[in-house]
Design a protein around this ligand. Sequence first.
Ligand code: SAM
Length: 248
Amino acid sequence: MESGALFKLEVSILKDEVTITLDTSGAGLHKRGYRVGQGGAPLKETMAAALVLLTSWHPDRPFYDPVCGSGTIPIEAAWIGRNIAPGLRRDFVCETWDWMSANIWKEARSEAEAAANYEQPLDIVGTDIDHRMIEISKQNALKAGLEDVIEFKQMQVADFTTEKEYGVIVANPPYGERLEDEGSVRELYREMRAVYRDMPTWSVYVLTSYEMFEEVYAKRATKKRKLYNGYLRTDLYQYWGPRPPRRN
Ligand SMILES: C[S@@+](CC[C@H](N)C(=O)[O-])C[C@H]1O[C@@H](n2cnc3c(N)ncnc32)[C@H](O)[C@@H]1O
């Protein structure tokens, strides 16, 4: 062991049992290494990945985030779609420990590289009303190695139209937690419904802490899933569209 090296330990005590854990990661596992910029309320990367995995999305279906902020959900979807290991572009503190063989990491990284499918075609779009967020999304996607993969553009929810079918929408809109924001958030949810009503083959997933969401969206969810966004209790309102027809 390197003399003078500092190690981060966590000690937890439950009744008469003490557990000592050695931190092998360093920065939290949600930090994937691609976030160069963020907006006011970014989702943790791990949470964004979980949302994608909770949907029926498959890489041959269109994927759309209409309120993409710094692009976390589309970026995680692209990595999932191409089977890119989320730790591939970051370091872990134990990589610096001289008593851990460097080969272990080399092998793990080449295994992950071999499993990735960089040729997988994807149709992933992220839009946001705020052009600054679109710039940040593009920078983050560049850092994530996805600059030509995801289409980011400035657009408000109400202006979206599409000819595509069987797509999947995953949205993390503002929640309207401050009383003065409630009116604009309700308006946004109504706009979503007005647009998505005309897209009957799409599946829609909306994460919000706003408890009246279904009333304002004027449609009962197929399923609701309780999730904690940090300490905040939210629900993932799921509106399942039909399955795409099987291809021969
Ligand atoms: C909670 S943030 C999304 C954060 C994002 N998931 C991330 O990880 O960075 C909500 C986003 O909705 C956008 N937004 C608010 N009203 C909108 C509208 N009418 N149309 C499109 N985007 C809107 C905001 O600009 C903001 O970036």
